[in-house]
Design a protein around this ligand. Structure first.
Ligand code: NAD
Ligand code: FES
Length: 303
């Protein structure tokens, strides 16, 4: 077994106790072809986390830091649910962990909790893996007595996640790009119809950046406040490195400490897309290296 963590804590007599596997994987479930749910032992975080907050994990010392929203938590079991889309080398290694193995470092909860309403009706819109981020928000709203309706989408049936969990909280409309399940089309098509019907006080939208931008443009025309969750590249998660810089209302904000959720009508989505695309080539190179097809050295020597 690999990645076992050893932590220390004091027992009631003040003696140091060793606790193995502080961040052990308790369960692993494949949610869609490239999305995996890991339930991870993190008792303190499970007790104090709030919707919208995230953790940064490191598989081992010197490994890449990966920011992940806390999709769910069970304070009694001391576990948090992390939903991971395998897009690069580090996320592929993370989702390869099996129950009993552990994550070396896990820091959190980080970021501001979600801005909540206390009554009325909320529309939660999740695109692909972003639906996992919408889930804890919908949970907290429903607990407050807010009426929650969800619209969730995926490329096709097998890419739809968290449908069952959201159905426990209110009505859910599923959309698929190819029409293989639910309504054919983007989540924005279904959202337009719901907004047309009226009665929505706030929208929470999380998913790919083009989807959040389209949702913000749509709700602006209806005058409905809209919260989006941004996912720029993060490094330290403490507001020091500037990696997660975003522009909101013409001001520079840091997603890790000022967000990750912002007023969707104020976000500069074009700049966010440019910044995200800057890292795409590095990600592809690191995947190629992990697959044994590393051309980084060739490029350097031929220049
Ligand atoms: P995807 O590309 O398969 O899209 C999922 C759904 O979003 C689609 O089925 C559609 O309904 C909607 N959608 C996509 N493009 C749209 C557009 N232009 N207009 C309207 N609706 C659109 O999604 P995926 O591959 O599961 O999502 C991955 C993306 O989500 C990644 O880019 C990831 O970084 C991002 N993400 C964001 C957060 C966050 O906190 N903001 C969290 C997790 C993932
Ligand atoms: Fe470094 Fe936010 S991750 S400033």
């Amino acid at each position: 077994m690999r990645h076992r963590a050893i932590a220390t804590m004091l027992d009631r007599s003040g003696r140091i106790q060793l606790c193995a596997e502080m961040h052990a994987i308790l369960a692993r479930r494949q949610l869609s072809p490239n999305v995996t749910r890991l339930d991870v032992l993190a008792p303190r975080i499970a007790q104090i986390r709030q919707p919208g907050q995230f953790v940064i994990v490191r598989l081992q010392e010197n490994a890449e830091r990966i920011p992940l929203t806390i999709a769910d938590a069970d304070a009694n079991a001391g576990s948090i649910a992390l939903v991971i889309q395998s897009v690069g080398k580090s996320t592929r290694e993370l989702v390869a962990l099996k129950p009993g193995e552990s994550i070396s470092d896990l820091v959190g909860p980080l970021g501001h909790p979600t801005e909540m309403i206390e009554s009325g009706a909320a529309l939660c819109v999740g695109g692909g893996v972003g639906t996992a981020v919408v889930h804890p928000i919908a949970q907290a709203l429903a607990r407050r007595g807010v009426r929650v309706a969800s619209i969730i989408g995926g490329r096709s049936r097998e890419w739809v996640v968290f449908e069952e969990e959201l159905r426990r909280l209110g009505p859910v409309e599923v959309c698929t790009d190819d029409g293989s399940y639910g309504r054919k089309g983007f989540v924005t098509d279904a959202a337009r119809q719901t907004l047309d019907a009226g009665g929505i006080d706030i929208v929470y939208a999380v998913g790919p950046v083009p989807m959040m931008r389209a949702m913000a443009n749509l709700t602006r025309s209806f005058g409905v406040r809209t919260i989006v969750s941004l996912n720029p590249v993060m490094i330290d998660g403490t507001g020091m490195c500037g990696g997660c810089r975003v522009s909101v209302g013409n001001e520079t904000r840091f997603a890790c400490v000022d967000g990750p959720e912002f007023d969707g009508h104020q976000v500069n989505f074009d700049e966010l897309m440019d910044r995200l695309s800057m890292y795409r080539e590095f990600e592809q190179q690191s995947i190629a290296c992990a697959d044994g097809d590393c051309r980084l050295g060739q490029r350097a020597s031929s220049s």
